[in-house]
Design a protein around this ligand. Structure first.
Ligand code: NAD
Length: 261
């Protein structure tokens, strides 16, 4: 089923919308008619996402908040309810890649890095899903967790310093499967995207040498669209693996096409 026309007037909430994949998905869904709510700590970047979404003729609600702050998240979703009265898609996309190694710094620096990594991704995903569920259940909808290939067998990353990032990603995996079971009776599907290198500020900072041949944020927008295109009754609880690091972009794009109905 093609849901393009059905997306008109629907609302997508995207965390980490200021740059990279978050901005790419915001633009991809706005181009198909959705209103976008973007949650980010980066005011300047989110202003630019807002400008680009509005240039497509769609609404962008700019929410400046830290995803580790449950009070701010509750306030943000109350504002979404007041303005739109619904949420159709929640994309838990934000994450932080920080050195959390036990030998890489002081107790204070490493524990702060671990907390920030968990807050941006694991806690943020939980708080947003908790606040979004009453709005998602009104018409049914989708929660999509942006994970990584790191949680998949054969792609585990061990011995790397970003243990906070990886722990948050394993948390999102567990949340995906548990929420899929809990929310199925409410008409809410929960799925996750597990993939590799994508050309964003995060990749440019971590591995600039592979960024040029990586997937683009627009490819991830297509992946999100293909997953939501299944509509009610589509798969839930899936952790889709595609676009693993080192794959040619054309091969990744073909795998993304296969995610659709
Ligand atoms: N880029 C890749 O190669 C790649 C590969 C696999 C998975 N991913 C995943 O895709 C997602 C997006 O990655 P990206 O490369 O676009 O990242 P990015 O670092 O380029 O952007 C992340 C965004 O999240 C925001 N953010 C971080 N912490 C926040 C917080 N506490 N509160 C609010 N906003 C916060 C940042 O300000 C930024 O705008 C992440 O979950 C990442 O793990 C990326």
């Amino acid at each position: 089923m093609n849901r393009t026309s059905e997306l008109q007037g629907q609302v997508a909430v995207i965390t980490g919308s200021a740059v990279g994949i978050g901005r790419g998905v915001a633009l991809g869904l706005a181009a198909r008619g959705m209103s976008i709510v973007g949650l980010d700590v980066d005011i300047v970047g989110n202003d630019e996402t807002a400008r680009q979404v509005r240039a497509l003729g769609n609404h962008f609600m700019d929410v400046h908040c830290d995803l580790g702050d449950p009070t701010a998240i509750a306030r943000a979703f109350a504002a979404v309810d007041a303005r739109f009265g619904r949420v159709d898609v929640l994309l838990n996309n934000a994450a932080l890649w920080l050195d959390c190694s036990l030998t890489g710094g002081s107790f204070e620096s490493q524990s702060v890095n671990f907390l920030r990594s968990m807050n941006a991704c694991a806690m943020g995903s939980y708080y947003c899903a908790l606040a979004a569920t009453p709005l998602l259940r009104k018409h049914g909808g989708d929660i999509i967790n942006i994970i990584t290939e790191h949680i998949k067998e054969g792609h585990y990353i061990t011995g790397r310093p970003a243990t906070g990032y990886d722990c948050a990603k394993f948390s999102q995996w567990r949340l995906t499967e548990s929420w899929a079971i809990e929310l199925a009776p409410l008409g809410i599907r929960v799925n996750a995207l597990c993939f590799g290198a994508t050309d964003t500020p995060m990749l440019r900072a971590a591995a600039p040498h592979i960024a040029d041949k990586a997937m683009q944020p627009a490819d991830l927008a297509q992946a999100v669209y293909n997953v939501i295109s299944h509509g009610p009754g589509g798969p839930t609880g899936q952790t889709y693996l595609f676009g693993t690091s080192g794959s040619p972009r054309e091969a990744s794009v073909r795998q993304i096409e296969a995610l659709g109905p």
